[in-house]
Ligand binder design. Sequence first.
Ligand code: ADP
Ligand code: MN
Ligand code: MN
Ligand code: MN
Length: 344
Amino acid sequence: MTKYKLEYIWLDGYTPTPNLRGKTQIKEFASFPTLEQLPLWGFDGSSTMQAEGHSSDCVLKPVAVFPDGARTNGVLVMCEVMMPDGKTPHPSNKRATILDDPGAWFGFEQEYFFYKDGRPLGFPEYGYPAPQGPYYTGVGYKFVGDIARKIVEEHLDLCLAAGINHEGINAEVAKGQWEFQIFGKGSKTAADQMWMARYLMLRLTEKYGIDIEFHCKPLGDTDWNGSGMHANFSTAYMREVGGKEYFESLMAAFEKNLMDHIAVYGPDNDKRLTGKHETAPWNKFSYGVADRGASIRVPHSFVNNGYKGYLEDRRPNSQGDPYQIASQILKTIASVPTDKKAAA
Ligand code: ADP
Ligand code: MN
Ligand code: MN
Ligand code: MN
């Protein structure tokens, strides 16, 4: 038997953006535990905005397991928060009620800022560094400093060790801003991996004395980019059948549901989706081929393949909840009829 360190991780009840929480328990298993072997656990919900003090117990229900590369015999356990009966999802538990479809593929591009001493990493104590331009995909100390790349590489290795489908990294447009991409099949699988990747980044940067700023417009109304979490998506029908007519019906549905999407695409998005800095205004839906100033960017490959493939919704922001984002995308897609004969 081996003693495993099980880190139970969940989303707390803070609004509009939940925080990640985690606590460890040690349990013996003959080999790396499966999801079915992991017991329910509890925590004090009165300390996480999930319960009142006089009746404070909430239940943690394991829903996904990942190896923890940072710990000997470490296990990362993504959990849903349940009511004390262990069966009813807690109101803060969005994952329990979202739409899912294993044929729907999601690629999330997580942008974020490294922050040190209350400002983006590499910013001087007063004023600003040289303007945006050379930082995006940049190389060299004067553009990316001496620590950011070390962190993103370490984070990449932690994600790969965990079995997370980390797909890539790039330095972003603002100084101190970076991106990583996570891909998954099914909304729960993709979003579990994104939350776990966020957790790993937050935990990793503790030892560097660096914070992760997920707010979508931390530098406010300036000439510095905000952070998004573009959601690339495709269903089996989009990949295999598609067609111009279906695409146009899909875009009409996205336009009709504009406000439902914005409602779950992350807080303060009006400050980011201004029409500047490669964004479309938050209150007007648009799409365009290769257009990074549109709400939805249609890749060239999509059109060249007969309107088949994936689309990029550029509106979700860096603080958005990938569970709710993926679910809303699936909801809108489900409202558009498909040609059953063609799909068969
Ligand atoms: P860009 O920065 O040009 O917008 P990225 O390369 O950062 O693009 O991200 C594109 C993401 O699209 C990839 O990380 C990948 O996960 C995702 N993707 C690729 N093909 C599909 C697909 N068929 N369905 C859903 N997502 C996809
Ligand atoms: Mn990208
Ligand atoms: Mn980007
Ligand atoms: Mn993108």
